[in-house]
Design a protein around this ligand. Structure first.
Ligand code: CA
Ligand code: CA
Length: 233
């Protein structure tokens, strides 16, 4: 009888773990820290108010001396302004600081610089360091939405997978931290929902264990009752 109970319990346990999805492992491991294309807004009514933002997620100041940036479908080479970005800070590049400030609500102008952004149809971009090495390539967005941006989840992970790393941001944040961390979503009222926490996982496992124990108990009782009934002849 004990063996039957044990078999039922193990069977129920196996069933539980085959049904409940485990937390997915991050298949795309982030790269080592480097300057990131962090946010890109190329769909504006005023072409001179377009911009992109870079972010330094490392512990070192990064000099953009001789750095360049590129847009797909555009053969021009664009030079970064000769600036240095301190750790955990941002820089925003726009064709016209005046048009940019008239168009967007900007809280801190210190990190906005004049630079070129091409007039060709919206596209994706990459940045190259002073040695000619590609530092970051944002990947290809499906589309741009007017007055919205493509923003990197603020965990600053770069897995070189556009859909994994970027989200569409209805309230762009030029020159400062992006709104969403990985797993969060924008709500229509402007708030964000938090990513599921480890506590949620523990709760899920507890509920599962209780459910498995319940199934096993019911099966055990049924098994005992069946044993009380004489076999058919
Ligand atoms: Ca990248
Ligand atoms: Ca931002």
């Amino acid at each position: 009888m004990k063996r039957a109970f044990f078999a039922i319990f193990v069977g129920a346990l196996l069933l539980w773990f085959s049904v409940v999805p485990s937390t997915p492992a991050n298949a795309d491991e982030p790269e080592e820290g480097h300057l990131l294309i962090n946010e890109v807004a190329l769909a504006t009514l005023d072409a001179n108010a377009r911009w992109f933002e870079v972010y330094n997620p490392t512990n070192d100041t990064i000099s953009l001396h001789n750095w360049t940036y590129y847009f797909s479908g555009c053969y021009a080479v664009f030079n970064f302004p000769n600036i240095a970005i301190e750790p955990l800070l941002y820089a925003t590049i726009t064709p016209s600081i005046e048009n940019f400030t008239n168009y967007w609500e900007v809280s801190d102008l210190d990190e906005v610089y004049q630079g070129m952004v091409p007039y060709e149809s919206p596209t994706y971009m990459w940045i190259v360091d002073g040695d000619g090495e590609i530092v970051d390539d944002m990947g290809e967005p499906s589309t741009y939405v007017l007055n919205e941006s493509w923003a990197r989840y603020r965990d600053a992970l770069d897995t070189n997978n556009f859909t994994n790393d970027f989200y569409i941001e209805p309230n762009p944040t030029p020159g400062y931290e992006n709104n969403l961390a990985k797993g969060e979503t924008n709500q229509t009222d402007g708030s964000t929902t938090p990513a599921p926490s480890a506590l949620d996982d523990i709760y899920l496992v507890l509920v599962g264990v209780i459910a498995v124990a319940g199934v096993a108990a019911v099966a055990y009782i049924a098994h005992r009752r069946r044993r009380g009934v004489p076999p058919e002849t």
